[in-house]
Structures are given as C-alpha cells and as structure tokens.
Design a protein around this ligand. Structure first.
Ligand code: HEM
Length: 492
C-alpha cells in the first residue's frame, strides 16, 4: 500500500514538473488544437504559456519552443540526449525501415550512414567537382525563363525553380539531368517526389494514437498510400541502380575499372553497402536537396518583388559586381553582400523546414527546471524563432535585408553565423543538415542570376499565405512576368 502511495506521489510530482501547456482533452490530449498550420499553433502556445511548452499529442509527450536559450539547451548542451528521431509511420516505411539518415533513430546505423554521407558524398572536393554542372543548370534556368518571357508567358516560378534544383540534385546523385530531357521519366520523377514530400510532411494522427492507427487509416487511407508510393519508388530506384551497375561493369571491361567514380550512386555502390541503405540515402538526398532550396528561392523572390526597393538595391549591386556583359558566376557570390542579406532575411522569416525534422529524447532529463520524460518529441519552431519579437524587435514581421548589413564597410556578410541559433534554417548539433553548402549555393546562384537577368513584375498582389508540410510552401505559387535585362547572346 505504502509503495503504491509513494508511486502515486512521485508520479504527481513528476507530472507537476512538466513544462506548462494548454489544457489537454481525454485520449487525444492537445491533438485537436493543432490545425493546418502547426508551426503557427505552436508559436501561439509559446506566446501564451512561455518559451518551453508541453503538449500531449495523443499518447505522445511533446515539447515545443521558439526561444534561443531553450534551443541552445536542446541542440547544444543536451544534444546527445535530444538527437534521436521518433518512429513516424511515413518516415519509417519510406526509408526502408528507418535505414536512411534523416528519419533514422540515434544509434550505430545512423552514425555509420551519416559518416558515409559526410565523408564520401557531401565533401568539399566532390561539391567543387560539380561546379560546371551547376553553371550549366543556371544557364538552362535563364534560357527557360527568357524563352517564356519572350513569348509573353507568365512564369510559374515554382516550376522553373523545381526543375533547376531537381536537375542539380540528380546530376550529383545519378549523374544526369532528368527534367528537360525525357518528359515521361521527368513526369514520373516529379510525381514520385511530390507524393513522397506530401506523405513525409503531413501531421498524421496515426503517429500519435498508435492504438487507434487502424481506425485512423480506415478513414484517411494514408498507410495504403504509403505502401503504394514505396512500391513505385522502389521500382524507380532499382532501375537507376541496375543502370549504374551495368555502366560500371561496361567500364570495368574497357578500362579495368580505373575510371573515377562520378556520381553519388557510383560511390555508394563502390562501398559495397546494403542496397536498401543505398536506396534510403538516395531518397534522403532527393528530399533534402530539392524542395528545400526551391521554396527558399521562391519566398525570396516573392519578398523581393513585393518590396521593389529591395529588388532595385540587389540589381544595383549586381550591375556593379557582375556588370551587363556576362552572367553571374559562382565565384561572384561571395562579393554580393546585399544578396546575401536577402538570403539571410529569407532564412529568418521563411525557413524552408519550419519545425525542423522532429527530434526525440532518448532518456528522461531536466530542461530549464522542468522534467522531460524519455521519448519526448521535440518541435523546434525555426519559423517562430525567426519572428520572435524579443529577439528581432517589433519589426520582426517585416522583410528588411538591411538589418543584416555589417557596421563596417568592406566586411563580408555571412548568410549564417557560426554558433548562432536565432536563424535556424538547417538546424544545429548532431542532426544539422549535412547539405548546407549545397543548399545555400543553389539558393544564392539562382537568385543572383534571376535578379541580374530579368526585371520582375507581379501579376497581382502577392499573397504570402503558407501551406504546411515538411517543407513550407507558398499556398498560392508565385506567378510573375519577366523582362530580359541582358543581351540575347548571353543566353546562348
Ligand atoms: C536550402 C536547402 C536546405 C535546407 C533549408 C535544409 C534543411 C534541413 C533541416 C532543417 C534538416 C533537419 C535538421 C534537424 O533535424 O535538426 C535537414 C536534414 C538533412 N538534410 Fe538538409 N536542407 C537543405 C539542403 C540539403 C541538401 C542539398 C542535402 C543533400 C544533398 C540535404 C540533406 C539532408 C540530410 C541527409 C538530412 C538529415 C540529417 C540527419 O538527420 O542526420 N539537405 N536539412
């Protein structure tokens, strides 16, 4: 009896030391208080209850924050404890049972695959070796926009940017561009990656009510969709791997295999890895590298077109640094301070992954004086962090690249500062995005070229509403008219 009483008292004490949060309903907890824009709801909870909020989502303990001091505690001081991932239905099934990097729990397998990725694929040397491809894709992007502009067509910005980022990623990963070559293959790839990002990004109730999963699935059918898409994706990835194996064999016969490994799939095959791990890494890179960069560029363009003075200032800088007689080169990007401020401001206000990828604690711990149970899901609200008025002041909701200009002339603007947590587009700590250099270069390169090459005009008032997913898109895709500013010969 006394043991039971002690247990009940201890439990009450433990529960009372949870961070504050909204009142919970039976069974569903706070699940019904999360709407179609979860990052906004979570920011609202933080404004009402404090910088660290506890939520009970179905049967899952969860915390959320938009405060840099709490973020530091989670992603820096207690990074070891908070660097795991929850087992989400879509993340697990679409990564060959948690075999990739992005959705894998903390453990030896994640460590090995992340090391493979960082040491063999996303190295500075390999990234440099793709610089020629990036320049070619930038030229394709410019030609594509010019062709449409000359015909007087409206530019569907997300479409041209989607092709630019996808082709850059497939050139690195698979050794060739897909969009703009074989239309059937391109359509298949786009449809598969769209469905994948839709499933990975949704707030699926089955992840929070495991006992009721069958019922949830009966009504929404998500898991059937996941099984179908994973079958189609597997067929697509297997075809690519088979093509690569055949090409490697043919090469071995002609030059004894002495040739350089050219793309990521070649490298992964040369490491003799489990084929499911190779496929899971391929999916991580497709997902990690394409939509994230494309939405960042689209938000930056929407803000710049909406604020003509910003666009004007960016153009003045491009005219001064690059001039009207050539296209932008990657080597110019370091000299474009104002453009770098635009990208930094975009990452502040529109971080492409608004709640990062959810983290999970591996054991019980204390955080800011509160008790956090083991297996608590962590939502770092990068979106609200960048708009936190206590950090950024009363004009936090205004797009003002000037706020990042250095005090002294000649000082270079860093798009992201070392150790800073107030702007968090790529996360921090052990789970920080390993593709930062690639993502940032694609964003800067596309924006510099599009601002340098064209005058932009919106067709209607630009709507800045958001559509939530793993990646935060514009609810109404940006449509604009472009007028070439450079001589036709430069687009050849
Ligand atoms: C602007 C472009 C990009 C943005 C904004 C972005 C953002 C992110 C974010 C927020 C995370 C999760 C961090 C966390 O959980 O704390 C992440 C993880 C990841 N990203 Fe990126 N990313 C970008 C580009 C790329 C590129 C180009 C690649 C690869 C070529 C890539 C590969 C990955 C991978 C593999 C992970 C999983 C890391 C892990 O869980 O250990 N990303 N990214």
């Amino acid at each position: 009896m006394s043991i039971l009483l002690l247990w009940a008292a201890e439990k009450r004490l433990r529960v009372s030391r949870l961070p504050p949060g909204p009142t919970r309903w039976p069974i569903v907890g706070n699940l019904m208080q999360i709407g179609i824009l979860p990052h906004k709801d979570m920011a609202h909870f933080c404004s009402s209850y404090g910088p660290l909020v506890y939520l009970r989502l179905g049967t899952v303990d969860a915390i959320t924050t938009y405060d840099p001091a709490v973020v530091r505690e989670i992603l820096v001081r207690q990074d070891d404890l908070f660097a795991s991932r929850p087992k989400l239905v879509s993340g697990f099934q679409l990564s060959y049972g948690g075999r990739g990097i992005a959705f894998a729990p903390m453990g030896p397998q994640w460590k090995r695959l992340r090391r493979t990725c960082v040491e063999h694929l996303l190295t500075a040397r390999r990234f440099e070796s793709f610089a020629g491809n990036r320049a070619l894709e930038a030229l394709h992007l410019m030609r594509d926009v010019r062709e449409k502009a000359c015909k007087g067509e409206i530019i569907e910005v997300s479409q041209v940017l989607g092709a630019f980022t996808m082709n850059n990623v497939t050139r690195m990963l698979l050794g060739r561009r897909y969009l703009g070559t074989d239309p059937a293959e391109a359509a298949e790839l786009l449809s598969l990656t769209d469905q994948l990002s839709c499933l990975q990004g949704s707030f699926y109730p089955g992840d929070y009510l495991p006992l009721w999963r069958w019922l949830v699935d009966f009504f929404v059918g998500t898991e059937k969709k996941i099984r179908e898409i994973s079958r189609s994706l597997d067929g697509f990835l297997q075809r690519i791997i088979d093509e690569h194996r055949q090409a490697i064999e043919a090469k071995n016969q002609t030059d004894g295999g002495r040739g350089e490994n050219s793309d990521f799939v070649d490298v992964l095959l040369s490491l003799q890895m489990d084929v499911r791990e190779i496929k899971a890494i391929m999916l991580d890179i497709f997902e990690g590298g394409t939509d994230t960069s494309a939405v960042a560029i689209e938000w930056a363009m929407a803000e710049a077109i909406k604020n003509p003075k910003v666009l004007e200032r960016a153009r003045e800088e491009l005219d001064r640094v690059v001039g009207p007689d050539r296209m932008v080169r990657e080597s110019d990007l370091g000299d474009l301070n104002y453009l770098r401020c635009i990208v930094r401001e975009t990452f502040r206000m529109h971080p492409p992954v608004p709640l990062l990828v959810p983290h999970e604690s591996t054991q019980a711990t204390e955080l800011m004086g509160y008790d956090i149970p083991a297996k608590t899901r962590v939502f770092i609200n990068a979106h609200a962090l960048g708009r936190n008025k206590r950090v950024w002041g009363d004009d936090a909701d205004e797009f003002q690249p000037e706020r990042h200009l250095p005090a002294a002339d000649g000082e270079k603007v860093e798009v992201l500062r070392k150790g800073e947590l107030e702007i968090l587009p790529f996360g921090a700590g052990k789970r920080r995005c390993p593709g930062v250099t690639g993502g940032m270069t694609l964003v800067l390169l596309a924006l510099a070229n599009l601002f340098h090459g064209f005058d932009w005009e919106a067709l209607e008032e630009i709507d800045m509403e958001e559509a939530f997913g793993l990646v935060l898109r514009k609810a109404k895709p940006l449509r604009a008219m472009a007028r070439p500013r450079l001589a036709p010969a430069l687009f050849q």
